[in-house]
Design a protein around this ligand. Structure first.
Ligand code: GTR
Length: 329
């Protein structure tokens, strides 16, 4: 190969520019995005959709490569790497951000939303905007909020119908103190653990159960090893799509606007996919013999009172709780 040819080839090959931002050639930028879920999951598909929009709006200059199935690590690790710009974009649940961005605690609070519609309209409005803005001082740019349905308990022992049924059971929770305290307040034993370790934890009996929404319960195959799903719906803690501030600052103001717009557009797409996936996943687990039961939430709601006292502990967080409650009047 001649010198010139070799140079052209080198330019066409993707090169890492300091952080995660990858230039496929002099002009093209490919943003690396992390997701714990497998290909086809609504969050993964929503970010792919965002990439298509972005590519179109920037004449092919900016696109996103989604690394699904926790290829870039478990959520906690990817959150760290995103801060340093090793990963440009990250789609994670709000819960592992609770210790980093306090405002994320509020939408994860037990029974804070009265319905899916309530959650969506709150997160679409000024409250959601304020929560997304709170990511910035921590080194992240909050771009979009995605649905995560409602989290309910599932376990390998017996149906949970009353608080009594939770006694003595060991549940894996997402890595957030709020979730540890929530589950303990209900009388069970909480063990925080990475998502990728839950299946084997259930299989070996290290834990008796976990808590999640329909699509996660199904796609993670946890239903194979924990067949009692009890609809207590204790949290509607949403998902966030965020960008590393380091990567963000490398973009021009015009490109930042294009990224923000494309992210916003992906929310509608995500919701369509989410609604369909919730139904599909429920059918899959039902067909596999999962035992589903309804739960009277009243005693669960009551038992969560101390959680509000402990976690809505600053004027800012109290105000966010109040603003959400006011939307329900
Ligand atoms: C899912 C969420 C994931 C991950 C997981 C977990 O609902 O979409 O991002 O946080 O829960 O429980 O770890």
């Amino acid at each position: 190969m001649g010198m010139m040819k070799r140079l052209t080839a080198a330019l066409a090959v993707a090169t890492v520019l300091g952080g995660g931002l990858v230039a496929a050639n002099a002009q093209e930028v490919v943003l690396r995005s992390a997701d714990t879920h497998p290909d086809g999951y609504p969050t993964v598909e929503a970010v792919k959709f965002m990439s298509d929009v972005l590519k179109k709006e920037t004449d092919g200059r900016i696109s996103i490569q989604v690394f699904d199935s926790h290829q870039l690590g478990e959520e906690k690790e990817t959150i760290e790497q995103t801060k340093f710009g090793v990963i440009d974009l990250n789609r994670v649940n709000f819960a592992p951000m609770n210790g980093i961005v306090p405002a994320t605690i509020v939408p994860c609070m037990p029974y804070i939303f009265t319905s899916k519609e309530n959650m969506r309209s709150v997160m679409d409005g000024p409250i959601g905007e304020d929560i997304l803005k709170a990511f910035e001082p921590a080194g992240y740019v909050g771009l979009a909020v995605y649905d995560s349905g409602a989290r309910s308990f599932y376990n390998s022992k017996h149906p949970i119908k009353t608080l009594e049924d939770l006694k003595g059971l060991k549940f894996r929770v997402i890595q957030s103190d709020l979730f540890v305290d929530m589950v303990n307040a209900l009388g069970a034993n909480a063990t925080p653990m990475a998502y990728g370790e839950v299946y084997s934890g259930l299989q070996t009996g290290l834990i008796d159960g976990a808590e999640n929404n329909w699509p996660s319960y199904e796609s993670s195959k946890h239903f194979e090893v924990a067949k009692y799903y009890s609809l207590d719906q204790h949290s509607q803690c949403p998902e966030v799509l965020m960008m590393s501030k380091v990567s963000w600052d490398k973009l021009s103001p015009e490109d930042q606007t294009a990224v923000r717009d494309a992210a916003k557009q992906s929310v509608t797409k995500m919701r369509e996919l989410w609604d369909a996936q919730e139904e599909k996943s429920r059918k899959i687990v039902e067909a596999a013999g999962v035992e589903i039961n309804e739960v009277d939430p009243a005693p669960f709601v009551k038992a969560m009172d101390p959680i509000y006292e402990k976690y809505a502990d600053t004027p800012e967080l109290k105000d966010l709780v109040k603003r959400i409650r006011d939307t329900q009047k």
